[in-house]
Write a protein that binds this ligand. Structure first.
Ligand code: KIV
Ligand code: ZN
Length: 516
């Protein structure tokens, strides 16, 4: 049992976060995020739902094999096949946890499960015992606890603790709870359940009413010692409690909370950027902690106050959560060693010399177009390399666009599909439209474009544009990304990246829909 003043941070960006429509991630992308979470010293990483698909299973397995300093968790419904698959995926983890769940609210038991409360209790006990055959670190969640009857929660939690559950999670699955009432529920569960001292109480709050963080913090104030949360508050529907907000709230108010996390908060901004660039979900400028304006002081009175004494308007220091001056690090005369050293300082490493050489070639190309290369440019450069390296089916060979006042823009593109080159030309409403239509006329993907967005990575008109393209086909949604100083090329890369993902990704099951 961990100490009472430790607040365990359980990150579910890779599982609940990935359930946001459009936020699906590849195995390599999940691994990168998992490594960043480990570096931030997140206690538990929920790496996925192994029964969902082969891809999910492999991602959990790869994370369990690679990440050694955080506990790796796999989600499983209270079903034999789910638990066995999770146990298998976590086999090589240094520290593995199985998280099993079943719904406990009257509406879920009657309408979704069509099971009686007695059957639900029996199934939960069985599931926890089954999970204990794989690991002694078992978490049990009562799905829709926020709308469940407290007497029933007391009963099922007491039974699953007896069966071996070491963490008891109380999810507000539909974001219905109110902070004071939710806190009282947690306090009352801990007080009423006779064996509550044998487990850590955890909460998992959704943000449908914008109260996920408030509800989580109220629960912490009332005895919860694990919070389930996600980077940037990503998650099903309106999202989950945001990791950065929960973490900084307890850190900033030690006078109010009697516990703290073990996180290295200086990694927060890096993690936020990584998740945003991989999922294509931008962070709103006024988002607490990680928004671009979170530490910006616009009004004259505020600026004056901050200059005289920072504490007049700032309750946290920007650098404590990882905001740094976006240093100009390199230019076209920088050598390979300087490049490698700066990347190492940014925690970017390569598996082989070949990968480093490839990234260095890209850096030189970029430096020819852009005089000042910032840290964010380097991050984008490497991310862009990652996107194209793993997607081999379709590749951009060349692109030419013609855009002139009074003329209809047109584009000519050459792409290689499975190593064979093909070319096409199309006109469009603008150069980007023409470029994407040309690519589509070759790949014939037939997907619906759901989102197209451009974000300047740094300031200046020579900044790289980072483009996100979201495509939907046959109920599957994928995000593609591309970065370049030429936004038409960045758009073409992003479109091709999304097409490759559609070609790779397989269907996967949703944990909260379907059987039991
Ligand atoms: O929201 C929820 O109830 C969940 C459970 C699977 C914990 O995500
Ligand atoms: Zn959830």
């Amino acid at each position: 049992m961990s100490s009472p003043d430790k607040l365990i941070i359980f990150d579910t960006t890779l599982r609940d976060g990935e359930q946001s429509p459009g936020a699906s991630m590849t195995k390599d992308e999940k691994l990168r995020i998992a490594k960043a979470l480990e570096k931030m010293r997140v206690d538990v990483i929920e790496a996925g739902f192994p029964i969902a698909s082969v891809g999910d299973f492999e991602a959990v397995q790869a994370i369990a094999e690679t990440v050694k300093d955080s506990t790796i968790c796999g989600l499983a419904r209270a079903l034999e096949k789910d638990i066995d698959r999770a146990g298998e995926a976590l086999k090589n983890a240094n520290s593995g946890r199985i998280h099993t769940f079943i719904a406990t609210s009257p509406i879920h038991m009657e309408q979704k499960l069509r099971m009686s409360p007695d059957q639900v209790v029996e199934q939960a006990i069985w599931a926890v015992k089954r999970a204990r055959q794989y690991t002694d670190n078992v978490e049990f969640s009562a799905e829709d606890a926020g709308r469940s009857e407290i007497d029933f929660l007391c009963r099922i939690f007491e039974e699953v603790i007896k069966a071996g559950a070491t963490t008891i999670n109380v999810p507000d699955t539909v974001g219905y709870a109110m902070p004071q009432q939710f806190g009282e529920t947690i306090r009352s569960l801990i007080e009423r359940i006779p064996n509550s001292d044998k487990a850590i109480f955890s909460v998992h709050c959704h943000n449908d009413l914008g109260l996920a963080v408030a509800n989580s913090l109220s629960a912490v104030k009332n005895g919860a010692r694990q919070v389930e949360c996600t980077i940037n508050g990503l998650g099903e529907r309106a999202g989950n409690a945001s990791l950065e907000e929960v973490t900084m709230a307890v850190r900033t108010r030690p006078d109010f909370f009697d516990c703290n996390t073990g996180l290295d908060a200086t990694q927060i901004v890096n993690c936020s950027r990584l998740v945003s660039s991989i999922t294509g979900f931008p962070v709103q400028p006024n988002k607490a902690i990680v928004g671009a304006n979170a530490f910006a002081h616009e009004s004259g009175i505020h600026q004056d106050g901050v200059l005289k004494s920072r504490e007049t308007y700032e309750i946290m220091r920007a650098q404590d959560v990882g905001w740094s001056q976006n240093r100009m690090v390199m230019g076209k005369h920088s050598g390979r060693n300087a490049f490698r050293t700066r990347l190492e300082e940014l925690d970017i490493t390569f598996d082989s010399e070949e990968e480093l050489n490839d990234a260095f070639r890209r850096f030189k190309d970029l430096a020819d177009k852009k005089h000042e290369i910032f840290d964010d440019d380097l991050q984008a450069l490497v991310t862009d390399a990652g996107f194209s390296a793993e997607n081999e089916t379709v590749k951009l060979v060349s692109l030419k666009v013609c855009s002139e006042t009074g003329e209809v823009p047109n584009a000519s593109v050459v792409v290689s599909v499975n190593g064979e080159e093909a070319s096409a030309s199309e006109v469009g409403g603008g150069p980007v439209d023409a470029a994407l239509k040309s690519i589509e006329s070759i790949v014939k993907c037939g997907a619906e474009l759901q989102l197209y967005s451009v974000n300047a990575i740094t300031s200046g008109t020579d900044a790289q544009g980072e483009v996100t393209v979201r495509l939907q086909k046959d109920g599957r949604i994928v995000n593609g990304q591309g970065a370049d100083t030429d936004i038409v090329i960045a758009s073409a890369k992003a479109y091709i990246n999304a097409v490759n993902k559609l070609l790779q990704d397989a269907q996967k099951a949703h944990p909260q829909k379907g059987e039991v």
